[in-house]
Structures are given as C-alpha cells and as structure tokens.
Design a binder for this molecule. Structure first.
Ligand code: BES
Ligand code: MN
Ligand code: ZN
Length: 498
C-alpha cells in the first residue's frame, strides 16, 4: 500500500476521511465540509447512531459537486484522551472499512486528529503507520481468489501542513513496519516451507542491512556441546540450527550489547509425548519468538539504531521418530547441567537453555531477553491481551512494560521464586524439564530457564497467547501478529541508544 503526505487540498477521487470527536463534535476538517456542503455532515450524523466514539465510522455518499465517491466520518473519541496507538488505530480502521467497500484510495485530513502532546508530524506519521500495519495480508498461496475477496485498498494520502517532517517521521516507522511484516511472514509460513535451514537462509538476507549473520549447523552444535537443543531436534529430518545476528550501531563498539533470544520450534508435534491431533496445525507458529527477534533485528538495523544488539535464534523441529528423544532421556546441556526430559513436549525450555547459556557466555550482554511460545498455561492465565513477563530485574520489568504500553504490546508480570524452582529438582539428573503437577505451568517454564541465566538482568516473555490472533484488531489483521517487534524496537529506542 502506498502512503503519502501532502499539503491540504480536497481530493479529486476516492474517499475523503474526516474526524468527528465524541458527542458529535466536528473536527475543523469535518466542520468545513459541513459548512461548504449544506450541513451534509450534521445531517448524516442526525440520521444515524454515529456519535464519534473512537473507531466508529459512518460512510456518506459525497455530493456530486465534490467529485469523489464518498465521505467517511471517523470517530476519534475524546481528543484529550488520544494516544499514539489510537492514531495508528485510525489508520487501520480506515483501511479495513474501505476494503469492505471495495474502495481503492482515500485521503485523510490529519488536522485536529493529533492528541495534545504529540507533534502534528508524528501524529500524521502514526496514522500512516497504522494503515500500513493493518493492510498486511498473507495471501501468497491463494491462487484462486475471486476479485471480491481481494483487498482493494491501495493508496492513502494524509493531509498535513508539515509534509517534510511527517515524511521523515514515517520513514523510521516504515522500517519498523517492515520488521513486523518480516515476522508475520515467517510465522505464517507453513512448516514444510520454514524449517531450521530455510529460516536461517531468510535471516542471511539481513546482511544487506549491515547485520552480521552467523549460522551454526548441527556439526558445530555437537562440537560445542548443545546437548539440549540437539536432543529436541534429533527426531526430525530437518536438522537444528543456531542463528546469531549482530548489529553494532553504537558509537562505541565495545559497549556490551543487548541480547534477544528467540524460541524457534518450526513445528511442535510434542515429539514422543505427542500432542493431540485437533489444532496441532497451530504449532507451525511455535517459532514466533524467533520470528519476533528476527523482525526486531530487521527493524533495528533498518532504521540504523545507535545501539549494539545481538539476536539469537534457537531453531529445531520437534518430531516423533525412531531416532527421537524419549521421555526419561537425560541430556547434558551446554552449561554442563544435566536434564531429565520427562516430557518431550516441554521442548522450548530445552532449546532456550542452550541458547541463553551460549548468549551470555559468548557476548557478555548488558541484558538478555528471551521470547517464546513456551506454555499453554500462559494462555489460560492471560488470554491474548498480555504476554507473560518473568524477570530478575525490576528495572527491566518497568522498561519493558512502559515500552509495551507505548506500542500496544502489553506485558503482565508473573512470579519466579525458589519454592517454584524446587519443583524441577530431580533424582536422576540436575533437573527435570517439567514439574509433577499442572500448577503454575508458565512459572515452572520460567524457573527452568532461569537456571541457565547467571547474574545478567534477564526477562522471559511467554508469548504463546499473543503471537497469533483469531480476530482482527485495528492495526493487526487476524493471523500472525508480529508481537514483540515493536516492543523490542521501542525498548532499544527509548532506553539504550547513544
Ligand atoms: N509450544 C507449546 C506451548 C503452546 C501451547 C504454545 C499452545 C501455543 C499454544 C510448548 O512447547 C508446550 O507444548 N508446552 C507444554 C508444556 C508442558 C508439557 C509442561 C504445555 O504448555 O502444555
Ligand atoms: Mn511443546
Ligand atoms: Zn513448543
């Protein structure tokens, strides 16, 4: 979709979008239209239930003398309560509404839509960003789509008096959008297309942006002692990979980097502890943590962030097979700690154990954040509104939560603790990969990971509930959400750049 910023003039085609605040209060753009065209806006509102609540819409046929197809009234709610995420939502709502009409282009007047405290160019850019995020479709495999099923909307012009500044602000947002798209694409791809080797190949494309990419194959992993990661992958004909991305954008290349680590199970059958059949297809997105780290690195490098950042992906496919790992197998992790694998379906923590250990050992990062679709239990606890957050650092928790709130990717802190940790003590090995009951399942996963983290500030984000959406949201069409890309990018931008 094409997004452009232009000086305010009335459009000659398509749809004109104007804002109306709560309780039917017209923005300047709406008032002008109403004044020039015989009270068309007020009369349309009076004949409807439209009140100007945030994200409400009312489409009106345009008067012939205006020469365009229609006017779309867009509810913006209470202007004093507007936040940047709402502006993004407006862009998204315009795209989805106009697609249902079969419209191809629209013009939106940004005047009067900006919240107090957000500079006009930033507000205009946010509308464009939201429109771009919502226009995402994963339709490459739909070869027989009828015209009426296709998305029609192609072009959004945003009217603003600050054209140059808006374009500039949109420039860096667009890099972030490209990161989100990259994540949504890899997460949406089926497991016969994206598996450890092909995922690693995709990451290599980031070299074009100046990211250093290193891929460890199974031979190398074996030599280095990645026993936990290799155990998970040994039942698959698709061998595991560890992918390391390096973006050193800070002035001082010796500054300790931030490290992001992603769970990348390209398909999770459960292994010999096989999952039930219904819904198993969802497990193609069990690599969404790795997908988010990949997309975040693309965004961060794309906008040339002035920070040193490492991304590590732990990639494997969890399959049942004659060579697969069995319940009761004991593996030696990279850290030297041994693990009794009592349930082969608790595999995410196994691949992360080695990836976390490797990352802190090799890069001595100033902080480490892992993202993983780790437990079904976090979906039971938090649904799809919040990701679960576990951390040994109050400061990191606060920064993550503030960053998340700013971009609409929310986090809810859940506990760690010694009494939980004792639940994975084991008679046969240093630890087991599950506890004996079903209690506090997400925390059990987190304390397992914590055994592979030394003194570095660390956070674990359990994104099982937020990586995939069953319904459309203003800036997120249903399907792969790209959760985590904007969050990590914002965290870097807000707290860790030169
Ligand atoms: N990938 C799953 C978690 C998951 C479940 C993500 C549903 C998204 C939707 C993970 O590998 C898993 O199977 N976890 C087990 C852990 C259990 C065996 C301790 C779970 O949550 O049931
Ligand atoms: Mn599993
Ligand atoms: Zn899994």
């Amino acid at each position: 979709m094409k997004i452009s910023f232009v000086e305010p003039v009335l459009p000659k085609s398509g749809t004109l979008v104007v804002g109306v605040a709560e309780d039917r209060v017209l923005t300047p753009a709406a008032a002008l239209l109403d004044h020039d065209y015989d009270g068309i806006v007020q009369r349309a509102i009076a004949a409807s239930r439209f009140t100007g609540k945030r994200d409400q819409t009312l489409a009106i046929l345009a008067p012939p003398s205006l020469g365009i197809a229609r006017i779309l009234l867009l509810g913006i709610g209470k202007p004093a309560e507007l936040e940047t995420t709402h502006l993004e939502g407006f862009g998204g709502v315009v795209v989805s509404t106009l697609n249902t009409f079969g419209e191809t282009e629209a013009t939106i007047d940004a005047a009067g839509l900006g919240p107090l405290g957000v500079a006009a160019p930033q507000a205009a850019a946010s509308i464009g960003f939201g429109a771009s995020l919502r226009s995402y479709r994963f339709d490459k495999y739909r070869t027989r789509e009828k015209p009426e099923q296709k998305a029609t909307f192609k072009k959004l012009s945003i009217l603003t008096t600050a054209v140059a500044a808006s374009r500039k602000a949109f420039g860096s947002l667009d890099k972030i959008a490209q990161g989100v798209v990259a994540t949504r694409d890899v997460v949406s791809e089926p497991a016969n297309v994206i598996y450890p080797e092909t995922f690693a190949e995709k990451v290599i494309e980031l070299r074009e942006l100046g990211v250093d990419v290193e891929v460890l194959d199974e031979k190398k992993l074996k030599k280095l002692g990645f026993g936990a990661l290799l155990g998970v992958g040994q039942g698959s004909v698709r061998p595991p990979r560890l992918v390391i991305m390096r973006w050193y954008g800070a002035k001082d290349k010796l500054t300790a980097p931030l490290a992001f680590v992603g769970k990348g199970i390209t398909f999770d059958t459960g292994g010999i502890s096989l999952k039930p059949g219904p819904g198993m297809e969802d497990m193609k997105w069990d690599m969404a943590g790795a997908g988010a780290v990949f997309g975040a690195m693309k965004a961060i490098a794309g906008r040339k962030a002035k920070a040193n950042v490492i991304g590590v992906l732990a990639l494997a496919e969890n399959m049942p097979d004659g060579n697969a790992q069995r319940p009761g197998d004991i593996v030696t992790s990279l850290s030297g700690q041994t693990i009794e694998v009592l349930n082969t379906d608790a595999e995410g923590r196994l691949v992360l154990a080695d990836a976390l250990w490797f990352t802190q050992d090799r890069f001595k990062p100033r902080l480490m954040i892992d993202l993983a679709t780790l437990t079904g239990a976090v979906i039971v606890a938090l649904g799809s509104e919040y990701a679960g957050l576990f951390s040994n650092s109050d400061e990191l928790v606060e920064r993550l939560q503030l960053s998340g709130k700013a971009v609409g990717e929310n986090l809810w802190r859940l506990p760690l603790g010694d009494s939980y940790d004792r639940e994975i003590d084991c008679d046969a090995a240093d630890m087991k990969n599950i506890s004996s009951g079903r209690e506090a399942g997400s925390t059990i996963g987190a304390v397992f990971l914590q055994r592979f983290v030394n003194s570095v500030p660390w956070a674990h984000l359990d994104i099982a509930g937020v990586a995939w959406s069953k319904k459309d949201k203003p800036t997120v069409p249903k399907g792969a959400t790209g959760y985590g890309v904007r969050l990590l990018d914002r965290l870097v931008a807000q707290y860790y750049e030169d």
